[in-house]
Every structure is written in C-alpha cells, then in structure tokens.
Write a new protein. Sequence first.
Length: 395
Amino acid sequence: MFFCISLIFALSTGILYGSGVAWRENRKFFLSYYRKVDQEEKNFETFISQEAALLVNIISAQCGKPFNPRSMVSNATANVIAAAILGKRYDYEDEDFVALCKGFDTITNVLSSSSVILLNPKVFSVLFLRKEMERLYEAFVATRQILGKLLENHVVNGVDPANIHNAIEAYLLEISCKDENYLKSAHFNPSNLVTNIFDMFGAGMETSSKTLLWSLLYIVEYQEIQTRIQHDIDKVIGRHRLPLKSDRCQLPYVEATIHEILRIQGIVPMAGIRVASRDTTIGRYDIPKGSVMFGNLWQVLHDPKLWDDPETFQPERFLNKDGKLSVPEYMIPFSIGRRECLGKKIAMSELFVFFTHLLQKFTFTIPDGHPRPSFIGDFGMTHSPKPFEICALPR
Ligand code: HEM
C-alpha cells in the first residue's frame, strides 16, 4: 500500500499531488477557467441549482419514509464536478457515471484506511495487505479509463476555438497554442489533463457530499437550528423561488451553520503531503530538507486556544454582534496558502445552494424508533459520518 501511494505521488503531475511547474501551470489554468465560467450566463450556479432540484425530487419520492441519503447526495455532488469539467451532467443510471462514482468511492475508502496506517505504526504490517492494493489499482485503472475515453472523443473530433464548451476543450486549445519545448518542460499535456480531471473528481466529490451528509445529521439532531434556518429561508427567499448563491449575504445564519459544520467535522482532517524543499524552522522545530509533513487542519479547527468550547456545535460563533457573518483567519477547512483548495468557491456555493434547497422543501427528522445520530465519524482522507437514515417531511 505504502509503495502504491508513494508511486502515485512520485508519478503524479496533477494538481492534487503534483509540484513545481506542472502544478503551478495546471492550477493557474483551472482557476482561471473556473473564474471565466462563473461569469458566463450558464455558470456553475445553473448546474448546481438544476442538480439540487433533482435531489429534491428524488427525496420527495421517498414519501416521508426512512432512507439513507448517501448515494443520492454523492451522485448530486459528482454531477457538480461533471458540470465544472465536462460542462454537462450525467444521468444517474449512465454506465460510465456509475463506474466513476464506484471507482472514487473505492479509492477514498482504501486511501482512508491507509492514512490511519501511515499514522499508526502499530498496524504497520497492514501496509502490505495485497487485497487492498489490488482494489486500489483496479479502481485507478477503471476510473482513468473512463476519463481517458472522454478525452479521446474530444481529441478525435478536434476543438473549435470559437465554441469551447468545457474544461477539456479549453485545456486542449491551450495545448495547441504551446510550442513543443514548452509542452515537454511544463507538463501541460493530455496525460496531465486526465490526471487533473481525476484529481478534480477525487478532491471535489467526496468532500462536498460528506459535508452535506453531516449537515443533514446536525439539523435532525438540532431541530431548533433547522427551524431557525427554515424561518430565515421563508423570509428571504419564500417557499417557491429557487435559492440562489446571491442569497448568501442575506442568510448569515445559514452561512454560519455551514461554516460550523465544516469546522466541527473537519471534512479534510489533514492537508496534503508536503516535503520540505530546504532546511527550515517552524516554531520550536527544526525541519531538515526532505522531511515529509502533513498539516493537521483538525487540530487548528478544534484548538481550545482559538475556539470557545470547540467540541460544542454553535453556529453563532460565526456571527458578530450585528448578526453578520464573521469568519476568523484560523477557520481553515480548505487549508491555507498556495495549496489552498482550488474548489473552495465552487464548494461554498454548492453547499449553500443544496442546503437551502433541501430546507426550503423539507423538514428532516430521525425516523421513529431509530437511535440518536452519532457524531463520531470515520477518519481518513475525508471525515465521513457513519451510515444513517432520516425522514424528509414535505413542508
Ligand atoms: C467541502 C468541500 C471541500 C473541502 C472541505 C475541501 C478541502 C480541501 C483541502 C483541505 C485541500 C488540501 C489543501 C492542502 O493540501 O493544503 C484541498 C485541495 C484541493 N481541492 Fe478541495 N475541498 C472541497 C471541495 C473541492 C471541490 C468542489 C473541488 C473541485 C472543484 C476541489 C478541488 C481541490 C483541488 C484540485 C485541490 C488541490 C489544490 C492544490 O494542491 O493546489 N475541492 N481541498
């Protein structure tokens, strides 16, 4: 397992695990592509709202009976990434879509167990579990094949510079403008494009879906918070108009609740792996060149020196005395610095639009006779709630 993970990092030229020129150029490209699309008429918000409305329909079809929201939420968030990269959504039954979601689910599950192994020397022997390695390898191959197929269609059909529909076409156009030497040195090439798409799905799907699942758990447990949010939504948006991301500034309590969920459940507990490029000192510690480090985001988000009573769920901590949203600089669920999450803006809009759509239409409850939800999740690359069931009663 360790060998496999090391190989992934060593060979990766994608944004998530890459470094140097390849990382810089590719990150710059995707950031500016997302910025550009966000200003267009058919921007991400259109896709997110469309997906949120479909999620509402699927939940309505449960007719108030208990259901596990996991797969429906994860399909919806996968489609947001599909919209960001491919400029289209998938049908939930589409063969490639089902295989992609399954593949990323496996990858996150296996890599999640490896994080525990890496941090816990007592279970070091588990590193060599062949079965897990095979599962990981198969999922990598299967997902890369599907993503490669998507690319092939565009390469075969060519790209019309006047009609760019998605990130793949924009990237291929960018490649066609570079000279051969640049391509060799900067790793701006079709193979990296597949890695980047892979990274985007990997980084963007599970994180957002886990945050939404935690949100559902918190509002069923804290009914008074659910009622307050619904009251605010009714006042600002009403029951019929669809929520928009521009409503965010008028709904500070909703924003504060989303921030508190991101804080208390630290969806990505550890930032990506870093290697010291030179000898340095951080606080009391000397860090020799070549040291491998992880940023412990969980610790920062739960540090009692920074947060009053950090283990208590309190959305109000993100409101100032005028009731406006106030986010301290140490609120870092998306990490900080040059490697800060590239999808932060998309994720925050996505969480707001999905959350408000759901609470505008439903009141969520714990099914009769079910135990109270557990807020102890499974730690790994992401922090996931344990499987649970809820009821959604139409409002
Ligand atoms: C609730 C949702 C999300 C959370 C909590 C989250 C959190 C994070 C964190 C903590 C990192 C690691 C930064 C580091 O290593 O220092 C990261 C990186 C990244 N995220 Fe997200 N993320 C979310 C959603 C998304 C979405 C929707 C996308 C894509 C559209 C995305 C794309 C990325 C990429 C590409 C990176 C690597 C950035 C780099 O190394 O330059 N994330 N994210």
